[in-house]
Design a protein around this ligand. Structure first.
Ligand SMILES: *Cc1c(COP(=O)(O)O)cnc(C)c1O
Length: 400
């Protein structure tokens, strides 16, 4: 059997490490291998690399280096932001606003906060996939202390107007801290914590061509962070543990690369994305999830009626296409995506979901191959789907 060329279309699950980041990691492992807390020359070199990396990431975000804490992943950053945000404000109220479409790292932290006595309002996103500024305004109360909304949704690619939310909070005279899970946004769309007036922001390197196992939390000066890891005085006493210098140096290199070519690559990616969307829209009884324009440049999310997303993925994999049905974190569970249900997709439709997340290496020929492969596989699966038969015979009503 001929082995198909690999098409990696799952960049929202993780990305390939870029050469600049790999080089930075290698050099930190072999050259600047010291412990940044050691006072000798080798240690001081590692400390300098750590400081340079922090300054580099801070300048990309518009914050000061002291406001940036390196973490082990996006999930840690989300947990830390929510637990700290709520804890540091608890004398002033106990109401938190978030959404039902958040990543599990935020959803589980909110559950934990509820168990500790906080009250959480989980807003529903509109059909665009994003929570509107108006919805947040309506939910806002005197005792609201924290608002947590993701900047870009990992399944639908929907972009939240986070600058609009922060402006509204300010105009309303609210005391609430604003946290955003920006894991899908950083390195892909412009993010500036000062211009957008954000108090807490989470990010993860492996979503922007850096390595896995390293991320950061931005916490505006003055926000007291609770301690999750006790030990040494690293990260200004806020997070113990010898710093992941190779990962951090690689993350900084990846972010520099992403920022330098963002305009150019997002134009290319958007064009390919729209070509993909146009092609897939030709499949009968299909629908794009989320808004056609207000979405992450590389995100294509579809539902196809009458099929199972999981079978679609397996058959696409045979054709060399690595895709996802939604979130990598929840695949393996048989429940349809909570995000797709939240934007109004019914169970049967949400089951037939496909997420393609592309980067700038994709060509027009790749796009055409992908579209024809998806068409072929959807047709094939519908050929023996009992649900499809019921839809065609009129026993069930088409929704899409
Ligand atoms: C991937 C992801 C996370 C978790 O990041 P990890 O580094 O994998 O822990 C959190 N939020 C969103 C939106 C994500 O896409």
């Amino acid at each position: 059997m001929e082995i198909p060329i690999m098409h990696y279309l799952d960049n929202s699950a993780t990305t390939q490490v870029c050469p600049e980041a790999a080089q930075a990691a290698l050099s930190a492992m072999t050259q600047d291998f010291g412990n940044p807390s050691s006072t000798h020359t080798v240690g001081r070199e590692a400390k300098k690399l750590l400081d340079r990396s922090r300054a580099s990431v801070a300048s990309a975000l518009g914050c000061t280096p002291a406001e940036l804490i390196f973490t082990s992943c996006g999930s840690e950053s989300d947990n830390w932001a929510l637990l700290s945000g709520a804890e540091s404000m608890k004398r002033r109220g106990n109401h938190i606003i978030s959404s039902v479409a958040e990543h599990d790292a935020v959803r589980r932290s909110l559950d934990l906060l509820e168990e500790r006595g906080f009250e959480v309002t989980r807003l529903k996103p509109g059909p665009s996939g994003a929570v509107s500024v108006d919805a947040v305004r309506e939910a806002l109360r005197e005792d609201t202390i924290l608002v947590s909304l993701m900047l870009v949704n990992n399944e639908t690619g929907a972009v939240t107007d986070i600058a609009g939310v922060s402006a509204m909070l300010k105009a309303a005279g609210s005391q609430a801290l604003l946290h955003t899970d920006a894991v899908q946004a950083v390195g892909h769309i412009p993010v500036n914590v000062v211009e957008d007036n954000i108090d807490l922001l989470s990010s993860s390197a492996h979503k922007f061509h850096g390595p896995k196992g390293v991320g950061f939390l931005y916490a505006r000066r003055g926000i007291r962070l609770i301690s999750l890891i006790e030990g040494g005085a690293q990260e200004r006493g806020r997070r113990a543990g010898t710093e992941n210098v190779p990962g951090i140096a690689a993350m900084a290199a990846a972010l520099r690369e992403a920022a330098a070519k963002m305009d150019e690559s997002s134009a290319v990616i958007t064009e390919k994305r729209d070509r993909l969307i146009k092609g897939l829209s030709e499949i009968s009884h299909s629908a794009l999830n989320g808004d056609a324009a207000k979405r992450l440049p590389g995100n294509v999310s579809f539902c196809f009626e009458g099929i199972e997303g999981e079978s679609l993925l397996l058959l696409l994999d045979d054709k060399g296409i690595c895709a996802s049905s939604g979130s990598a974190c929840t695949s393996g569970s048989l429940d349809p995506s909570h995000v797709l249900l939240a934007i109004g997709r019914v169970h049967d439709v949400a089951h037939g979901s496909l997420r393609l997340t592309i980067d700038e290496t994709i060509s027009d020929e790749d796009v055409d191959y992908i579209v024809s492969s998806v068409k072929e596989v959807v047709d094939y699966l519908r050929g023996f789907s009992p649900i499809w038969r019921d839809l065609c015979s009129g026993k069930k009503q088409f929704i899409l």
